[in-house]
Design a protein around this ligand. Structure first.
Ligand code: ADP
Length: 449
């Protein structure tokens, strides 16, 4: 097993990885920008290295500095967390070229899944159903228009290099088609340096369901069930739950099995998530994430497995040591993303946290680097914490969620806590009857008053 791991991230996820390392007797190295020297992930790590100025491009994305930090501290492996360099195949290659271990999949798998057109083709061949759409990327706009007419409108134009909901445009009618392609391509070029786009049927009211996978380097693959991430704003997840209120046992078994078999056929290693849209009893692949996800704790809650620990064990060459039959699912879990944002306008609200009180009690977990007196820097993602609650049933979990949100105090800044409290009063959410567009429709209704 590794003696020392460098955590190439910040915030709650850096802390999350640190905690798993600690429990495994592994020393940790934190990296940080000049703006983060007072951050909790730096305070708790065994060692820390400043890797550059505040902008992420010069610090958390600064590969030479991160490799140097490994060499200076003698770290043997790198955990990339999510975001930043976690899905950068080149980074994984450089880490390995320096004789270090990248705690994640092979660079080839990261690259394959990072190109959504290639990924879609690969999973289709492995037996996973995909959203109907163009075969490959759009080369000629007139050809593409014919394909769009065949698919039927509305049609979604998506970026091959897409992520975080960017580079996505809906063509409602044939008249909108050209403009949608041009806008999506321009956005993708600006955001990812790659303007390649492809077409998909725009599904009306699907749910976002994803399957968590773990695979070791000895050919053992298990799935850890699904997460329902249908509560979204601008294609970004706001709240996640496991299991999904929308699946029955038969469908759950089928999608888990199909996903596991396909991932096994790829020879994939590490943790990964296959994302689907689910509508009218059918699943359609949208993408695979080759990293730990923000919402992984809901899976941890219902399976009792520490996913970061499993990632580290797999990277060290250990076998899973359990089979699909050994995985059991217990109760219900819900995660609320707590963002430093205005709960109504969603404008970022960084600044000094004057007061902080974490909720506690049975089945309550708060993953956050906040403390009273901490100044949230304005340079990074607004996610400042995740509240995860676990109960025997969904009803019990909802009551526990309300109770713990009410207990949580974050003073001095605006947060999305009140949004979650308001959601808990909504019948559609309480009954589990919502889809990926429900939240936006609800928010628009609220804004009108
Ligand atoms: P990204 O990588 O940008 O997150 P995804 O392909 O994972 O993009 O899609 C993100 C979200 O966009 C989905 O959860 C869903 O809300 C919406 N979406 C993606 N594809 C479709 C589709 N074909 N029809 C309708 N909505 C879609």
């Amino acid at each position: 097993m590794f003696e020392k791991i460098l955590i190439a991230n910040r915030g709650e996820i850096a802390l999350r990885v640190h905690r798993a390392c600690r429990e495994m007797g592994i020393k940790t190295v934190a990296i940080h920008s000049e703006a983060d020297s007072e951050a909790m992930h730096v305070r708790l790590a065994d060692e820390s290295v400043c890797v550059g100025p505040a902008p992420a491009s010069q610090s958390y994305l600064n590969i030479p500095q991160i490799i140097a930090a490994c060499e200076i501290t003698g770290a043997q492996a790198v955990h990339p967390g999510y975001g930043f360099l976690s899905e950068n195949a080149r980074f994984a290659e450089i880490v390995e070229a320096h004789g270090l271990v990248f705690i994640g999949p092979t660079p080839d798998h990261i690259r394959l899944m990072g190109d959504k057109i290639a990924a879609k083709q690969a999973v289709k061949e492995a037996g996973i159903p995909v959203v109907p759409g163009s075969e490959g990327g759009i080369k000629d706009i007139d050809e593409a228009k014919k394909v769009a007419d065949e698919i039927g409108y509305p049609v979604l134009v998506k970026a091959a290099a897409g992520g975080g909901g960017r580079g996505m445009k809906v063509a409602q009618t044939a008249q909108d088609f050209r403009e949608a392609v041009e806008t999506a391509s321009r956005e993708a070029e600006a955001a990812f340096g790659d303007g390649a786009v492809y077409l998909e049927k725009y599904l009306g009211q699907p749910r976002h369901i994803e399957i968590q996978i773990l695979a070791d380097t000895h050919g053992n693959v298990v799935h850890l069930g699904e997460r329902d991430c249908s509560l979204q704003r601008r294609h970004q997840k706001v709240l996640e739950e496991a299991p999904s209120p929308a699946l029955n046992a038969e469908i759950r078994e089928r999608i888990g099995r199909v996903t596991r078999d396909a991932v096994a056929a790829f020879g994939y290693r590490g943790a990964g998530t296959v994302e689907y849209l689910y509508e009218n009893g059918e699943f359609y692949f949208i993408e695979m994430n080759t990293r730990l996800q923000v919402e992984h704790p809901v899976t941890e809650a219902i399976t009792g497995l520490d996913l970061v620990r499993e990632q580290i064990r797999i990277a060290a060459g250990e076998t899973l040591g359990y089979t699909q039959e050994d995985i059991s699912f217990n109760g219900w879990a819900i995660e609320c993303r707590i963002n430093a944002e205005d709960p109504e306008t969603f404008a970022p609200s960084p600044g000094k946290v004057t007061e902080f009180h974490a909720p506690g009690g049975l089945g309550v977990r708060l993953d956050s680097g906040l403390y009273a007196g901490y100044a949230i820097p304005p340079y990074y993602d607004s996610l400042i914490g995740k509240l995860i609650v676990h109960g025997k049933t969904r009803e019990e979990t909802l009551l526990r969620l309300k109770r713990s949100l009410e207990e949580m105090v974050i003073g001095g800044i605006k947060t999305t806590k009140d949004l979650h409290l308001a959601l808990l009063e909504e019948e559609a959410f309480k009954s589990g009857d919502y889809h990926i567009r429900w939240l936006e429709i609800w928010l628009a209704g609220r804004a009108k008053g």
